[in-house]
Design a protein around this ligand. Sequence first.
Ligand code: ATP
Ligand code: ZN
Ligand code: MG
Length: 307
Amino acid sequence: MDARTFDSKSLLDSLFENGILFESGIDGLYGRSGAFEEVIEQFERLVTRLGAPDKATRIHFPPGMSRATLEKSGYMKSFPQLAGCVHSFMGGEREHVQLLGMMADGGDWTALQKATDVALTPAACYPLYPTVAARGPVPAQGLLFELSSYCFRHEPSKDPARMQLFRMREFVQIGTAEQVRSFRESWLKRGKAMIESLDLPCEVDLANDPFFGRGGKMMANNQLDQGLKFELLIPVTSIEKPTACLSFNYHQDHFGQTWGLKFADGEFCHSACVGFGLERVALALFRHHGPDAAAWPTAVRDVLWSA
Ligand code: ATP
Ligand code: ZN
Ligand code: MG
């Protein structure tokens, strides 16, 4: 991890050479070393400790979610290019023989699979909203959750910070517009202070999501104009284009309306989430402090390992 190498491919190669990540043959799909996982574990502890005074309810969802939920959330309208759906073989013996024949001939045997009810989770908070809505009206003081999930996005890349399967830790506030805005403000401050305490260079900037197609441009502009998304950026593979490691999203009452999330008086709830990209933070730490976590600056180790 040479301070001069600042492009995706050479960072990825040096991560492989240093035994921090392991190749799988697929871009964006990597094995992680024990040291890498330990950094993630400690960082998660740090996040949890910072959020502890707010007494969030912790939920760990699996990396798969209800496909119907993903459909209803509008994900396929905005990000069809990123979504992944689990398919399985559901035929009988005849179809099985056909499948093996297709495989042997190098044909597209996946044509014999059918979509299951499971989609891969694209962001940790997607499975949450219907789960909360099913529990009845939201109390006046709002609800706060701390989530963690492996997430899938079909965006294969040589950039080690753009994985296809990665973990996201999120805090999600459901409440009034004012409650969720002040939640986001407080995490913008806390998140920046936390990253700075790890001696990583960072900046916070307005951002937009990569909405699909021509209509998507308008949605992205709207998101920017209304200041709905902020990102905390850290240079990982490029100084000019730093990587979004934390995201702060205000959904207005989009999920409230979609899932019927209401207060007892019938008013729709607003929501906001702050997402921590765990692999991206770990990569930023290895990138800036070196391949051997035991040799990181004492101040950084003290923050991480005291958590
Ligand atoms: P980007 O603009 O880099 O694509 P994003 O805006 O898509 O990021 P979000 O949708 O806000 O990111 O996801 C929340 C967090 O998950 C991000 O802040 C980031 O840390 C992490 N993340 C997103 N996509 C990936 C990925 N492909 N690989 C690793 N981490 C990711
Ligand atoms: Zn979210
Ligand atoms: Mg993205």
